[in-house]
Design a protein around this ligand. Structure first.
Ligand code: ZN
Length: 215
């Protein structure tokens, strides 16, 4: 399986439940469908809560939704490491809602190489204009070529940043230095390190994630 999955978090660090989770063959599909029972959550939103996914080695590798995590648990490919007090009920069983799950078999996670896209740039920059430091909805952000295209600036992770229209206008065809603007931080490719930061961002409300993310 090498298909690239959609993001699990939106550019503001909120969890996007519809987005893909960890890459486990055959783990998709409706929850419980092949197990002959259906799960009825007390709160529908509970099934969308984020769940931290650990590799067999306890290394955090992804964030998924409760619904998908339950599929992995029921299939026996993962086990719950941390649970919420809440339960979901199937016809035969009550299941504790997982907060952290761990894959039972080690999965090789390729060095993360994400597609260079507007969405991923905004995600990396957390929807923050890299010149004025303000957070904007995606619709109010554009991508700025730090070194202008007209002057040979390339469309690359290192040369594209999230930028509000106002700053983009101010900057025009100039370098940040020429325009008297300062980059919030040096733009870098989206790495596993970036993913970890996003995991922390998503998990900051859940104490149970802490020990796995080392913060
Ligand atoms: Zn700005």
């Amino acid at each position: 399986m090498s298909a690239r999955r959609p993001e699990a978090v939106d550019p503001r660090g909120r969890f996007v439940p519809e987005a893909g989770g960890v890459l486990v063959p055959g783990a998709s599909g409706n929850l419980g469908a092949r197990h002959g029972h259906s799960l009825t959550p007390r709160r529908a939103s509970l099934m969308q809560e984020p769940v931290l996914v650990l590799n067999a080695t306890y290394e955090p590798i992804n964030v998924t939704a409760v619904r998908r995590a339950m599929v992995l648990l029921l299939k026996g490919v993962a086990q719950a490491e941390e649970v919420h007090n809440a339960e979901v009920h199937s016809s035969a069983h009550a299941h504790k809602v997982p907060s952290v799950i761990r894959l039972l078999a080690y999965r090789h996670i390729p060095q993360q190489s994400r597609a260079l896209s507007r969405k991923n740039i905004l995600l990396r920059d957390r929807n923050t204009c890299q010149f004025c430091g303000k957070i904007f909805p995606s619709s109010e952000l554009t991508l700025d070529h730090v070194m202008p295209r007209s002057r040979g600036g390339r469309s690359s992770w290192e040369n594209l940043v999230a930028c509000c229209y106002r700053c983009n206008n101010d900057k025009g065809d100039r370098t940040p230095e020429e325009a008297g603007l300062k980059l919030a931080r040096k733009p870098r490719p989206f790495t596993l390190h970036t993913s970890r930061q996003l995991m922390r961002l998503i998990g900051h409300r859940d104490e149970r994630w802490r020990k796995y993310l080392f913060y």
